[in-house]
Design a protein around this ligand. Sequence first.
Ligand code: COI
Length: 331
Amino acid sequence: MKIIAYGIRDDEMPYLKQWSKDKGIEVKAVAELLDESTVDQAKGYDGAVVYQQKPYTGAVLDKLASFGIKSLSLRNVGVDNVDADAIKRNDIKVTNVPAYSPSAIAELAVTQLMRLLRRTNTFDRKIAQGDLRWAPTIAKELDQMTVGVIATGRIGRKVIDICRGFGAKIIGYDVYHNPELEKDGIYVDTLDELYAKADVITVHSPATKENEHMLNDAAFGKMKDGVFIINAARGILIDTDALIRALDSGKVAGAALDVYEDEVGIFNTDFGSFDAIPDERLKNLLKRDNVLVTPHVAFYTETAVKNMVQFALNSNVNLIEKGSDDSQVKF
Ligand code: COI
């Protein structure tokens, strides 16, 4: 059996090599992403392991299938960039890594929330100017707040556990109710109810068509004045223009964004200077003391990266050998 792995970064390489040695399975690591210019390299392999934010296009998937590659394993959770029609017409089996480390995402989300509440960004900037005064940079305590969690899957649940440790009151919204959380009585019936009651709103929903711009002008309008917004899930969940308006009006007191709707091609790139970042809207956000932007790094921990590589390779082997895997994605 031979597997080709696309888009392999230096930090993934040791985990890939270790897996290959332990399993005795040949894995060809390719630094380039899977696209029309690289797909031919997959000829002769039994399966492909991939991660990228750029689209897996119909043309590329048709070609993979024409080489007999019907086993495709993503090293991440989100499948929003996969051409579903091409998957179906070619009968390609796809797996993702649904839980490489919920803690990785949840810990960053809450870290950034705490940074917003304690206004560390403002203190960092004041201190850099030699200003060591307290006022007017007074903080809020999470212990006194209600955190509204939209989507209570694995990551949402971790966020809930951590926020409970800080003493926060939790409310949650999800179409699927987790039985344990249900027992705790955290669920509200509608998003509107969550918007009306939460001091902090953190979104953990997938990037589906229905969820696109879930947090828009109308949604912000229903929230408490001075709400804090956290998004470590997907950029398109938030209408960025609406968020900027809500920040300008003070409706939103602060936002922590690990994702941004136009991040592809921008995040994980070194532009050399702040001015050279080619996105004025992003720069508008980055300049604000009460907005914390990180370049989609919530997943970027040693544990998560190792799991992404090794779980995806295991799934790929299952697809190749058995034609199925527990992490198979339905399209
Ligand atoms: C995902 O797993 O879908 C992520 O968002 C992390 C990715 C950037 C590696």
